[in-house]
Write a protein that binds this ligand. Structure first.
Ligand code: PRP
Ligand code: URA
Length: 235
């Protein structure tokens, strides 16, 4: 398992503003974009290049061209906010959307959108999802991508919980995980603590009231799922 936790001061600074509950959706979206740019740059540091001959205005030379075809896989809906920044870095990347939401009680991912073609069209897949909480959504996405034929997969997330890193790396030890920060734990509702709350709601301004907010009204079944994860993936 390879967990890369950014130690870049710009990432730390921007995450601090992102986490602040007073940060409005507009600013929140800008920060998601800027953080993705920084983390994407780090996540692509070991992509291979091939030599290509070109001519500068002065003389011929051999330059490096990115070798693999790269696919961006945003997990709907919160992953959408990470796509544009990655496309700025990699304009020729293909974007394949996967729609998953987390069942609030079981915390299991429920798939609702997947239009991948029959065979993989890219060699490297970057899964984009701001939050790696229980790891259920990411592990399910990796399952889908491996079935599709993806050879190399990386996860890029802004914030992760130890339980999510444990789940993903146990199920898929070959996946590189790039995160902006690794937080303390999950609460009884499966939210990352201290975290930033609900990344989808904060980006898109969809706050449905107290019942939908992290920390509200723990449910026995959900709390048991979290306890099991914490037993299985104790640091
Ligand atoms: C959030 C987040 C991840 C998932 C992480 O999505 O964007 O996809 O939860 O949780 P996990 O690691 O426990 O699976 P959510 O289900 O809230 O859907 P949304 O993006 O549509 O808001
Ligand atoms: N999804 C989020 O958006 N936030 C969390 O803390 C956990 C899952």
């Amino acid at each position: 398992m390879t967990l890369h936790r950014s130690n870049h001061p710009l990432v730390a600074h921007k995450l601090g503003i992102l986490r602040d509950q007073t940060t409005e959706p507009k600013k929140f979206r800008e920060l998601v974009r800027e953080l993705t740019w920084l983390l994407g740059y780090e996540a692509m540091a070991n992509l291979t290049t091939r030599p290509e001959r070109i001519e500068t205005p002065l003389e011929p030379m051999t330059v490096a061209r990115l070798e693999p075809r790269v696919g961006l896989i945003p997990i709907l809906r919160a992953g959408l906010g990470m796509v544009d920044a990655m496309l700025e870095l990699l304009p020729s990347a293909e974007v394949w959307h996967i729609g998953l939401y987390r069942d609030e009680r079981t915390l299991k991912p429920v798939e609702y959108y997947n239009k991948l073609p029959d065979a993989a069209t890219v060699q490297v897949c970057l899964i984009l999802d701001p939050m790696l909480a229980t790891g259920g959504s990411s592990a399910a996405t990796v399952d889908i991508l491996k079935q599709w034929g993806a050879a190399r997969i990386k996860q890029v997330s802004l914030i992760a919980a130890p339980e999510g890193v444990g789940t993903l790396s146990t199920a898929h030890p070959d996946v590189d995980i790039h995160v902006g920060d690794l937080d303390s734990h999950l609460n009884e509702r499966g939210y990352i603590v201290p975290g930033l709350g609900d990344a989808g709601d904060r980006q898109f301004g969809t706050f449905a009231g107290p019942a939908s907010e992290p920390g509200h009204g723990p449910d026995d079944q959900t709390a048991e799922v979290v306890r099991r994860l914490q037993r299985d993936h104790a640091p």
